[in-house]
Design a protein around this ligand. Sequence first.
Ligand code: FAD
Length: 404
Amino acid sequence: MISDACCDFETVEKINNDLTPRLRELSKTKFFKYYKLKLYKECPFWKEYGMCVNQACAVETTDESNVPEMWRSDVLGALQTSQAGTFFQPFKKCEYTDQDFCVVEDESDSEGVFVNLLDNPERFTGYAGASASRVWKSIYEENCFNIIPPINNNQFNNNHFASSSTGKQLGNILQNVARRSDPTDNEEICFEKRVYYRLISGLHSSISIHICNEYLNQTTGQWGPNLECFITRVASHPERLQNVYFNYIVLLRAISKAADYLNGYEFCTGDKNQDLQVKAMVSELLNVARSCPETFDEKQMFASPESRLLKEEFKARFRNVSRIMDCVGCDKCRLWGKLQISGLGTALKVLFSYDDEYLNPKVNPNLLTRTEIVALFNTFNRVSESLSAIEHFRHVYQESIRGN
Ligand code: FAD
């Protein structure tokens, strides 16, 4: 069984075998391959000098003339201006609403850039050292919650933890956090905080898996899977491996929960045939996702009335992680880091900000923006590709043992 979830690894892998090709195809469509973001924001927490100068760190942006007219900033900007014309100054949009778990990219922002994700694959870039470890350290430090969460004895799985160490600044964050996530550890920790940690660690593992799966052998100049890299960074730490599966089930649950909303969504690119095709692809994918056994029960989180403050802190900390992403000193890593935090943030918003009735596309058609939907599905695709890579590495490992 996957800790804190309602299913086992084998079930998730079976589901993924069905979903991977669908997600892969979907990510190639016009609607899903273009993502708009503010890629060059200043790091709000420290002066970042560690800009990666490797060619592999560069992002190829797309000129707005290549994207459907209706997504261009001048068109979207004009839509925001009232008929009163030049005298009307539209309010500057907030970075997030109360429901958001991350800073949401604003598609009408003229400072944003369009990126064709297919031209910028997430893979080894060579970004490492002090800059990268500072970002990871800061992200894990957000795990130090101040609110002492209530003990919820109904929490599922066998591990009933209570908070005993909240409010303390942890010395060696990374090691402590890793230890605290270990369900066999005696230190008690509440379910919500474990989920927070698992999501971050799962994202970190997933990024590492992509680095190892598309690794550049600097001697031969060849790209390809690097088993040793995968074992060292991920597989020799079972909890890191497990956290990727955890991310998968949380994303799967969010997509299933939002199925009615997404089925009613208009995937508009201006090309009617392609739009209908995308709608049909999404609908098939949602049917598969909905037919899956229950994988994660979000109702167990923030269940008691006292956990309202904890939920607010959880949200605030997740939003901070999306700001920390602006400190990543490698453009391509920042692109995928921002997109995936936005994807996870969208999943959390679906799971914890709206109940089922609210997710009705007829009553509330504008709950999610295009960028949120693109981020959600692309993040799911990335994690899905990570699970496929794990299966591949397992196979290569078994072959290498047989060969010896
Ligand atoms: P790091 O991965 O930097 O890890 C630092 C420490 O965190 C480790 O020593 C360990 O104690 C702990 N740790 C590691 N993994 C986990 C986990 N899953 N759960 C809990 N704790 C963990 N590089 C690329 O080549 N391509 C990319 O696309 C890319 N994207 C990045 C995106 C972000 C947001 C960031 C911050 C970095 C990215 N990097 C990327 C850099 C990459 O993640 C590593 O930082 C770098 O390769 C150095 O790796 P490392 O082995 O020193 O350990």
